[in-house]
Design a binder for this molecule. Structure first.
Ligand code: 5GP
Length: 194
């Protein structure tokens, strides 16, 4: 019996508000088949997020238990809250031959690179910092103070984008999604065979 070819592990990073989720929605709408990892977080849900299953929302002690039990592939603190990727669903999807996309911030992306050298790291860049600010404000979910903290974080994050394998400019979501699809295809071709 031949083993299924392993899926590709794609890390999709970019500052808060740049449009990572919108690009992944466009990729799904184009018919691409992939596993979209659901992160754990201690931040409070925004309206509608719980119903959409956007995150596993939990308390700090619950999150710290996941860390202690080594059940996270990576985790980071981002503007005062914990975020992390549960490892088991990712590994299961990869074993079954499904490509996996992690939508995470920079510190987590660099942890994944260390643990999984075969992961492909993609950075989604805003067309400009002014445009990023406009998108963050348009979302209308954060207070002024939180928007400020996210924008400060964004400058530091974009300064690290050279450490990534690929950079995509977040302009038209469908075009960014098409570029991401090409990157995934290339990652699959370069996978070691079983
Ligand atoms: P937000 O609060 O806007 O949903 O997320 C804040 C930042 O954390 C975003 O850049 C988002 O991509 C990132 N993030 C979401 N889930 C994870 C995760 O599991 N791990 C890490 N390291 N970052 C995450």
């Amino acid at each position: 019996m031949t083993m299924p070819e392993r899926g590709a592990l794609i890390v999709f990073t970019g500052p808060s508000g740049v449009g990572k989720g919108t690009v992944l929605d466009a990729l799904e709408a184009s018919g691409a088949h992939f596993f979209r990892s659901v992160s754990a977080t201690t931040r409070a849900p925004r309206p509608g997020e719980e119903e959409r299953g956007a995150y596993h929302f939990m308390t700090v002690p619950e999150f710290e238990r996941l860390i202690a039990e080594d059940r996270l592939l990576e985790h980071a603190e981002y503007v005062g809250q914990y975020y992390g990727t549960p490892a088991a669903p990712v590994d299961e999807a990869l074993r079954e031959g499904t490509d996996v996309i992690l939508e995470i911030e920079v510190q987590g992306a660099l942890q994944v690179r260390k643990k999984r050298p075969d992961a492909v790291l993609v950075f989604l860049l805003p067309p400009s910092m002014e445009e990023l600010e406009r998108r963050l404000r348009k979302r209308g979910t954060e207070s002024e103070d939180k928007i400020r903290r996210r924008l400060e974080k964004a400058s530091a994050e974009c300064a690290m984008s050279d450490a990534f394998d690929y950079k995509i400019i977040s302009d038209v979501p469908e075009l960014s999604a098409a570029r991401l699809a090409e990157i995934i295809r290339a990652a699959r071709r370069s996978q070691p065979t079983n």
